[in-house]
Structure formats: structure tokens, C-alpha cells
Design a protein around this ligand. Structure first.
Ligand SMILES: Nc1ncnc2c1ncn2[C@@H]1O[C@H](COP(=O)(O)OP(=O)(O)OP(=O)(O)O)[C@@H](O)[C@H]1O
Ligand SMILES: [Mg+2]
Ligand SMILES: [Zn+2]
Length: 734
């Protein structure tokens, strides 16, 4: 019986559990119910996938994400997991195949949409087949409180009635208490153990800029730090979404819009392109994003603030799911809050709900103007306290604070003198004593506040208004015209009863060096040389080719991290490749040789750097790994010495011939077998191969592809590998 850790390592190719996986998985595998609250990209999926694989039979995964199910299943299948989905996107024949697989016990995981699960005939069939667990993903969809409410989710309360004793696990990244309570009550999970860990996403860097020309600021941000990267840009309305997508395309950045105004087909097509293509930018309203598990989204940008810190946390969490550095970038102005307040007021929620929504906006305003660490401010909202993070804009460049009491008094009295009818731009102009037709028509050049603000620039005055708004020292009118009003707090300032501390806005460097693609994620400087970048591109090209042949997204072949590790460590044997992150046994089998060939081909042309770091340690900390070939490889080697033929070994062991070749090569390279015992070639053939190999070696070429070519492809790579490994050992023992 494998342990959870065995599956993590051999199937998914990861070394250690992340987040609470190590606690949740055994609990669920042993039949416990669970509610799992982990941040976006926190690794919730394995919390039900591994238990379902450990338990007899199959697990049922309920998910609202029909458009993403196929890719999720395809990605699992690449790792060798027997997964399938049932939803309206399947053809009749596909449907029948899945049904048959179910009946014959050929599945570990079945993904279904909630409406299908709750059909009586389907429940009937399931009851007969007895699933080993139910996972309810995106469980916050059961809550009417959130923005993703799906009425079908309410029907899921039938699961505990129909399937008593079958463990259930509900998972979500939504943090707030009302949602959590809805999950417990509506899904009958009152008795379940709750697993909640921190909400920090340390690899995300938070940056907030005051709004000036938002689209140009965005363009500068992308060009400076994310040229060629995948990203998501959130905008508040459909119109602005379309505008920004068009703007980016005009400026050479491929972008697609996504919002509820597009047809379902368009939305699906755009989503699919985003998942499959590299370097694509999605410009979207909040309609986009739930369950988008693309691991290499390198930035999430907001051109208007989100409606709450929960939403901000969730939306920005879609960046950097692969754990590599990513950016959450936002630009905002006071006007945005005017619009958002008016949307709340004009919406059809009840008063209590509206009150809560206003308070949520207050919290996000406070976050945006926080003088200290952004991460600290964000996490403290979720009840966590941390040290300053050193990975946000305010940590990198602590804002200077100054006594802004007098400035605030000037700014507020200017609001009063102009009749509480104007926005920050006009108010700043009056303080600066600008001359314009509008100012003279309004008679604002006659006011006592006209031209009293020489000490600050127009931009700085706008910043003063913005900060006063954020700290509740003035009101923005709710009708959405952006006029500023005084409130009780303003009068305290005007009467001198209250000190005001303001901060300087961050200076955004105008020109900074543009980065090349991939640089942002390359913490260790793996891609510092052009030779390394050429290899990285070659690996990516191979990945794209394999993915499109199979009709799956590139990350389902390997995520960026795995390719980066290939560049960093340059594995030259399958066993070494298998040590890298994200390469489980199945992927090693299906893709290993292909990627080794790319590495070899690259080295043949570009050589091999001589300062490579040692390979990462053997996988598994739980089980001290044997230095040597796997048990399965030794079994193949034993069988070969008995049968003398790879095909027969493959048949007897129910393996692919290519796997057996790999086994034999690794039994030789570990020194547990002599190559002569695993090679049945005539003496002449062996000599020919060794001569060619040696000739290349004396020229410093160690790879097999030129040897294979020189011998006109007459010998299988597997065979060449065995002889090469034999030569290596002989060389090493000399
Ligand atoms: N133990 C692990 N080691 C390394 N990477 C992992 C591990 N577990 C999961 N991952 C990776 O982390 C990423 C996020 O995992 P997952 O999709 O399960 O997140 P999630 O919690 O379901 O997020 P969401 O709330 O967006 O659905 C994936 O790319 C996955 O491959
Ligand atoms: Mg998930
Ligand atoms: Zn910080």
C-alpha cells in the first residue's frame, strides 16, 4: 500500500507537501470529512486527488468549472492518474466510454458538474458503484453571500443523505466567515474537521500606484517587467475591458477581452486561448478567473481597486501559482471609489448588505494608503500578523511621511469655498492658482483659497485629496460625479482638533531596463547567459509541440519550473531527470527521452557549461532513498538476464518496451549490473558502437544523438544508452 508521500513523489514528481496537504490527505484517506480553506494556488487539489487514489475505487469531484474540466482531467492523465469527466461538453461516444470505465473500475477520479450529479438516475448509478469520497471544489459557490453563488450547489446537501459514511471534503480559497458558515450548514459539514492555514502568498509582490494615465502606466509596467509574460488585467466595466484590450493590442501586446457581454462561445474560446498560449494577456471583469489554474500567470493588474480585500486576495492569487515570483500591480484614484460607491448605492442589495459593502471598500482604501508593509496590512485583515515582508512596494521604498495638517486644512477649506461640487482635479487647480476659462467663469479665481497652494504641485494636491478620502477625512459623493464633500472628520481637521499625517507618493522610475522573457522568475540567474536562454527556448518549443500534438495546455506537459530546473542542472540521464520538480514516473516515461534529446542536441551545438550545480537530492525525505536503480528497474534487469529480450520482458512485466530499456540503462549506470549482461549484440556491433562513441568523446561530445546519427539509426537509443553508461562506469573506475 503506497503512502500519500509515495504518490506525491512518484505520480506528481514533488518532494514535499505544501500548505496543509500533509495533514488533510491522511485525514481524508482514512475516511474523515474535511473543510479545506487554503489560498488560491495553495495546492487544494491534491487534498482530494491523493486520498481518492489511495482508497479503493474512485472519488467524485464536484466542480462548477465545465469549461476547465477537460484540461484538468487531461493534465491528470499526463501524470498517469485515471481521471475522467462527465459534463455537457462530451460527445455521446465519450460519455459511453466514461460510463464503461466507471462500471469496470478503471477510474480513480470522476469530475462532474453539480447539476449532473444531482440527477436521480445518476445518483442511482453512483449509489450502486459506491464512490470512495466526494470532493466539493469551489465550495463557496454554495453561499448566496459571495459573488459566485450557484443555486445547483444547494442541491448538494443530498450527498450525505444518499451516501452516509462516504467521506466528504469541501474546498475553497474564500476566507470570510459568512461563506464558511454557509459551507458548513448547506453541505452538512458541521462535524467536519476544518483545515485553514495562512493566507500569505509569499511569492507575490504587491505594488500600488496612484492613477495618472492608467493604460500608459500599465503598458510601462508590462514592458518593464513582464514583456512576453502571461497576465490578467482586471477592469471594472465591459467597456473599459474592451478598451484596454484594444489599447494593448495596438501597442504590441497580445490581449483578449473577457466579460459577460461576450457570448458563451467567445468567452470559452478566449479562456481556452489564454490557457494554451504562452504570453497572452487577458483583460477581464470579475467574471473571469474562478478555477483558472494556469500556473504561470506572472502578473495580475487592477486598473480599478477590487470591491473588497477578499476579492483582491483571490484575484491577485491567480498570479504565480507555480510558486515562482509574480506581481500584483494596481493603480487607483479617488474617482474610482466614487464610481464604486455609486454602484453599491444603485445596486439591488438590501440595506444591510450595502452597509457591509461600503465597509469593505473602506478596508481596501485603508490598505491602499497604508504607510507600512502591504502584505502586513492585507494579512492583518485576515487576522494574521507578520513581519514586514521585503517583497512589496512599501517595503522596497518606504514612503516618507510628513505633517500634512496645514495642507489638509487648505484642501478642505477649498472644498467648502467652492461649494462641495468639484472633484480633486479642479480643486487642485484652484489651490495652484491656475488660469483657465472654467475657473474664471465659475469665479473661483476670486476665492480666498485661490492660489494658496504654491508649496505643492498639482499632482501632490491630488494625492492629498486622495489620502484624505482614503482615511475618511472627506467624502466622495455617491452619485458618482466624483465631487468631494466635507464630513464631521473634516471639520475636526479644519478646527485644528486633529493632526493629519500624509505620505509622499512613490516615485515610479520612468525608464528602467526592460526584462527579457522569463527573467522575472529566474531568481537564481539560471538564464543569465544567452546559451541558457537558447536552451530554455528550445525546451519551451518542444513543450509547445508536445502539448499541441496532444491537445493539452503546455503546463500539463511540464510547468516552467521544471524547464528551468532542466536548464539549471542539465540532467543527462533519465534517472537524473526524474529528480527534478514536477517529473513523476509517468511523465518521465512519456516525455523523458524527448527532453533528454533536446538537452543533448543543445549540448552538441553549444557545449555544456562547466560550473553546473550538483543535482537536487534524491527525492523523498520520508523514505531515505537508495543510491541505485529502482526496485522495478532491477526486476526488469533480472528478467532480461533470464529472457534475453526486451520485448519479452516488457510483455511479462506489462510495461512498455521503452520503459524496460530505461530500466536496463539505469541498472547499468548504478553499477548493479554489468552492461555486457544486458546487451545481446554481436562483438562486432559492440565494437562499432564503442568506436564511434569514443571518437565523439575525444572531441568532447558526450551526447548520444550524434552517435545515433553516425550509425544511421541502426541501433536503438536504449541500447546505445546501456553501452554509454557502461563506458561511463569503466571510465569512472579507471
Ligand atoms: N506539494 C506540492 N509541491 C509543489 N507544487 C505543488 C504541490 N501541490 C500542488 N502544487 C502545485 O501548486 C499549484 C496550485 O495547486 P492547486 O491547483 O491544487 O491550487 P488550489 O488550492 O486548488 O487553488 P484554487 O483556489 O485557485 O483552485 C499547481 O500548479 C500544483 O501543481
Ligand atoms: Mg482548485
Ligand atoms: Zn512588505
Amino acid at each position: 500500500m503506497p503512502t500519500p508521500h509515495d504518490i506525491l513523489r512518484t505520480v506528481f514528481g514533488f518532494d514535499d507537501f505544501i500548505g496543509l496537504q500533509g495533514d488533510v490527505i491522511p485525514h481524508v484517506a482514512e475516511g474523515g470529512d474535511a473543510v479545506v480553506l487554503m489560498p488560491t494556488g495553495g495546492g487544494k487539489s491534491l487534498c482530494y486527488q491523493i486520498p481518492a487514489m489511495l482508497r479503493d475505487g474512485f472519488g467524485v469531484v464536484v466542480s462548477p468549472l465545465i469549461a476547465l474540466m477537460r484540461d484538468q482531467v487531461a493534465a491528470l492523465r499526463q501524470a498517469g492518474v485515471r481521471a475522467a469527466c462527465l459534463n455537457s461538453s462530451l460527445s455521446m461516444q465519450e460519455m459511453n466510454e466514461v460510463q464503461a470505465d466507471l462500471e469496470y473500475g478503471r477510474l480513480d477520479l470522476l469530475y462532474v458538474a453539480p447539476e449532473r450529479l444531482c440527477r436521480p438516475e445518476f445518483l442511482e448509478r453512483l449509489a450502486r458503484l459506491r464512490p470512495n469520497l466526494f470532493a466539493i471544489d469551489e465550495a463557496h459557490c454554495v453561499s448566496q453571500w459571495g459573488h459566485d453563488f450557484r443555486p445547483e450547489y444547494l442541491q448538494l446537501s443530498i450527498i450525505p443523505e444518499r451516501f452516509p459514511g462516504v467521506p466528504r471534503v469541501a474546498l475553497t480559497a474564500t476566507a470570510d466567515l459568512p461563506t464558511r458558515n454557509d459551507i458548513l450548514t448547506h453541505l452538512g459539514l458541521d462535524g467536519a474537521r476544518i483545515f485553514a492555514n495562512g493566507f500569505d502568498r509569499p511569492n507575490i509582490r504587491y505594488t500600488v500606484q496612484p492613477k495618472d494615465k492608467p493604460q500608459h502606466q500599465l503598458l510601462q509596467f508590462i514592458r518593464n517587467t513582464h514583456q512576453g509574460d502571461s497576465g490578467i488585467i482586471y477592469r471594472i466595466s465591459r467597456k473599459k475591458t474592451d478598451q484596454t484590450a484594444a489599447f494593448l493590442n495596438k501597442n504590441g501586446i497580445t490581449a483578449l477581452p473577457y466579460h459577460a457581454g461576450l457570448s458563451a462561445e467567445e468567452r470559452n474560446a478566449h479562456q481556452e486561448r489564454f490557457m494554451r498560449e504562452e504570453g497572452l494577456v487577458m483583460v477581464a471583469t470579475v467574471a473571469f478567473g474562478m478555477g483558472v489554474d494556469k500556473p504561470d500567470v506572472r502578473f495580475v493588474a487592477h486598473l480599478e481597486p477590487p470591491r473588497s480585500l477578499e476579492a483582491y486576495h483571490q484575484e491577485t492569487g491567480r498570479a504565480g501559482r507555480d510558486g515562482l515570483p509574480a506581481d500584483a500591480w494596481m493603480t487607483y484614484g479617488l474617482q474610482d471609489f466614487a464610481i464604486m460607491r455609486s454602484m453599491i448605492v444603485g445596486g439591488d442589495a438590501d440595506d444591510r448588505r450595502k452597509f457591509v459593502e461600503h465597509r469593505k471598500l473602506d478596508s481596501i482604501m485603508a490598505f491602499l494608503e497604508a504607510p507600512g508593509c502591504r502584505r502586513q496590512a492585507l494579512l492583518s485583515y485576515f487576522g494574521e500578523s507578520i513581519e514586514p515582508c521585503r517583497n512589496c512596494d512599501t517595503c522596497a521604498q518606504p514612503p516618507k511621511t510628513w505633517n500634512g495638517t496645514v495642507a489638509a486644512q487648505k484642501a478642505l477649506s477649498n472644498i467648502f469655498r467652492t461649494g462641495q461640487r468639484f472633484g480633486a482635479k479642479h480643486l487642485a487647480d484652484v489651490l495652484k492658482g491656475e488660469t483657465s476659462k472654467r475657473i474664471s467663469q465659475l469665479g473661483h479665481d476670486q476665492l480666498s483659497t485661490y492660489g494658496i497652494g504654491d508649496e505643492l504641485s498639482g499632482g501632490e494636491w491630488r494625492s492629498v485629496y486622495r489620502q484624505l478620502g482614503a482615511s475618511g477625512l472627506l467624502e466622495v459623493d455617491i452619485e458618482g460625479h466624483g465631487a468631494l464633500h466635507l464630513n464631521e472628520n473634516s471639520w475636526q481637521v479644519l478646527r485644528g482638533e486633529r493632526e493629519v499625517v500624509l505620505r509622499t507618493d512613490p516615485v515610479v522610475p520612468k525608464v528602467s531596463r526592460r526584462r527579457t522573457r522569463g527573467e522575472r522568475i529566474d531568481e537564481e540567474g539560471t538564464l543569465a547567459t544567452s546559451e541558457a536562454r537558447i536552451l530554455f527556448d528550445a525546451l519551451r518549443a518542444k513543450r509547445a509541440e508536445l502539448a499541441s500534438e496532444r491537445g493539452i495546455p503546455p503546463y500539463a506537459v511540464f510547468p516552467d519550473r521544471t524547464l528551468l530546473e532542466m536548464v539549471r542542472y542539465r540532467p543527462s540521464a533519465l534517472a537524473d531527470l526524474g529528480l527534478l520538480s514536477g517529473i513523476g514516473e509517468m511523465k518521465l516515461q512519456s516525455f523523458g527521452e524527448t527532453f533528454l534529446a533536446v538537452l543533448e542536441g543543445h549540448e552538441a551545438i553549444n557545449g555544456r557549461p562547466d560550473d553546473l550545480p550538483p543535482l537536487p537530492q534524491q527525492r523523498s525525505t520520508a523514505k531515505p532513498a537508495r543510491k541505485g536503480a529502482s526496485e522495478s528497474a532491477l526486476e526488469s534487469a533480472r528478467a532480461f538476464t533470464r529472457l534475453g529480450n526486451v520485448e519479452e520482458v516488457a510483455q511479462e512485466r506489462n510495461l512498455k518496451a521503452s520503459t524496460v530499456w530505461i530500466h536496463l540503462a539505469s541498472a547499468v549506470s548504478s553499477g548493479e549490473y554489468d552492461w555486457r549482461d544486458l546487451c545481446v549484440l554481436e562483438e562486432d556491433a559492440v565494437r562499432e558502437i564503442r568506436d564511434v562513441m569514443t571518437a565523439f568523446r575525444t572531441r568532447g561530445i558526450m551526447e548520444l544523438s550524434p552517435v545515433h546519427e553516425e550509425l544511421q539509426g541502426r541501433y536503438d537509443y536504449g541500447l546505445l544508452r546501456i553501452i554509454r553508461n557502461g563506458l561511463n562506469r569503466e571510465g569512472a573506475s579507471k
